[in-house]
Ligand binder design. Sequence first.
Ligand SMILES: [Zn+2]
Length: 242
Amino acid sequence: MRYYRDEAIVLGGHKLGEADRIVVLLTREHGLVRAVAKGIRRTKSKFGSRLEPFMFVDLQAHVGKSLDIVTQVELKEPFARGIMADYDVYSAATVMAETAQKLTEDEPRTRGQFLLLLSAIRSLCNMEHPPRQSLDAYLLRAMSLAGWAPSLVDCAQCGMPGPHRGFSAALGGTVCTDCRPHGTALTSTSAVNHMAALLTGDWTVAAVTPVHTALEASRLVTAYVHWHLERRVRSLNVLERT
Ligand SMILES: [Zn+2]
């Protein structure tokens, strides 16, 4: 029987049978893991609340045929407690966890995504920035790490130096007048500048962005992430059929 030990962030899970739970974890060295925590829903479970979403744990598991089996869990940082206490923080953390799961599904190397998620959740818990800005910064960085960095100055299509006022999720970011597909909404350059500040961690710039500009940037980030993640999920479906 093969065992492993690793650091992990709990992303979610669901009930299994009477007393067990399948837990989804993003580990530092073993990628995205689905593991069974036996007896976790009994009152006297040895796992306690350590496998609730957003807990940062030290995990021991043995490799099963389809699912791994959790044998031991030690709590490293109880992020869940800070996150559950505030609705905006909870919403942001939920989107972070879902995005991290989608980006690491079937990826053998996930250390970068693990470290990014860990620092994002820690920062969120410490209320270092407004939750929505922490989320947008995380999303932009996670997408970049996955190879989908948005173009935020030059035209994503032809490379013409920017700034430009068109933003196309499908084409990969800002686009010039010539490349802009018909019907592309025009954006303010300040919203795109705000995204650039979030991506590079320039929080002094991001902190003074007017609320309506930050909201416009949030909508662009969401559209961008949705477009790429849906395409990724679709491409995975195609792979599974062939
Ligand atoms: Zn162009």
